[in-house]
Design a protein around this ligand. Structure first.
Ligand code: TYM
Length: 339
């Protein structure tokens, strides 16, 4: 760990290799990680075991795994200063998930809204892995004794559960082994909405490609998607209060703000009284400039699998070392027999 980095702070986060990485993943998570890496030790995981909790795109998991690694690096994560690795490589994740599952009341899991959304009406047929998804997520975080977890808003409930599980474990063994991890939900785009419906989250699984900007989209398609993004019939708002009940406009302005780091007030005063098309045109250029850069870099990285795989191998070694030590300590705390 670098001397300049705060020793006590350990940042952990992850993305599922389920394909269609989008602007929401970038603004809600990865863009913030790039900033955080300067003053803390960071572990960025590609959570492939989470990706197999749903049936979509499993055959592409290997390609998607490299794609997420490429997205991290192309967005500005420095692999020589941080740890980038694949979850299933480090067996401690599954092992700790079991242990933590033994300290998690079912009632806590029954409250998880993401499970309810994903399982839908067919709850009885949903896989156990989808139900225990948040326990594996707690294991990811706690395995490294992480202190801070930067994520988008949709992961808030899962993080609260991770905190509860950490405290339940500590209480059970009268110990303070696990730090209670802090959620880091920052910026103006903690919940990026669909470009077709301002009340729905931008998501990898939305059947309409026009609902999201993919990190692999071409310049042409980015511009087309922004031009076609849903708006309403009202003129551009004249102040922040007027954003109320205008979810599509709010979403576009939030995206603009997150990418330029300009305040909402400043954006609104710049575009008030102007034709909406001017705002959309400029937004399209801004999204294009930032996302195309990432997309081009991702393509370059994906063309060099040997390099990507070496980074993931190096990350695996670093993650394994921390994880083995912590699992060892945990087993001693629980009092398990050691052969
Ligand atoms: P995933 O792959 O679904 O999402 C990865 C990250 O992207 C954020 N995100 C969004 N942010 C803003 N607007 C959106 N529309 C949007 N959609 C997604 C998510 O909040 C997330 O930060 N469960 C995690 C993966 C995970 C994890 C972990 C994260 C597994 N173990 C441990 C942190 C720590 C997830 O949502 O992946």
């Amino acid at each position: 760990m670098e001397k300049s980095k705060e020793k006590s702070k350990l940042i952990f986060s992850g993305v599922q290799p389920t394909g269609n990485l989008h602007l929401g993943n970038y603004l809600g998570a990865i863009k913030n990680w790039v900033k955080l890496q300067t003053n803390a030790h960071c572990i960025f995981c590609i959570v492939d075991l989470h990706a197999i909790t749903t049936s979509g795109n499993r055959s592409e998991i290997l390609q998607n795994t490299r794609e997420v690694a490429a997205a991290y690096i192309a967005s500005g994560i420095d692999p020589s200063k941080n740890t980038i690795f694949v979850q299933s490589n480090v067996t401690g994740h599954s092992e700790l998930s079991w242990i933590l599952g033994c300290h998690t009341p079912i009632g806590w899991l029954n409250r998880m809204t993401q499970f309810k959304d994903k399982a839908g009406k067919n709850k009885e047929k949903a896989p156990l892995g989808l139900y225990s998804y948040p326990v594996l997520m707690a294991a990811d975080i706690l395995l490294y004794k992480s202190t801070h977890v930067p994520v988008g808003e949709d992961q808030k409930q899962h993080l609260e559960l991770s905190r509860d599980i950490a405290q339940a474990f500590n209480r059970c063994y009268n110990n303070d082994f696990f730090p209670v991890p802090e959620p880091v939900i920052i910026g103006n785009a903690t919940r990026v909405m669909s470009l077709k419906d301002g009340l729905k989250k931008m998501s990898k699984s939305d059947p309409s490609d026009y609902s999201r900007i993919n990190l692999t989209d071409s310049s042409e398609s980015i511009k087309k998607k922004i031009q076609k993004a849903k708006t309403d019939s009202e003129p551009f708002p004249s102040d922040v209060e007027k954003l109320e009940n205008r979810p599509e406009i709010t979403n576009l302005i939030n995206i603009y703000s997150a990418l330029t780091e300009n305040l909402l007030e400043d954006i609104i005063s710049e575009y008030a009284n102007k034709d909406f098309r001017v705002f959309k045109q400029n937004l399209a250029d801004i999204v294009d400039q930032q996302i195309s850069k990432i997309s081009i870099e991702m393509k370059k990285l994906l063309a060099d699998k040997t390099y990507l795989d070496l980074i993931l191998k190096d990350g695996y070694q670093k993650a394994k070392e921390i994880s083995e030590k912590n699992i060892n300590d945990l087993k001693n705390i629980i009092g398990l027999f050691r052969a």
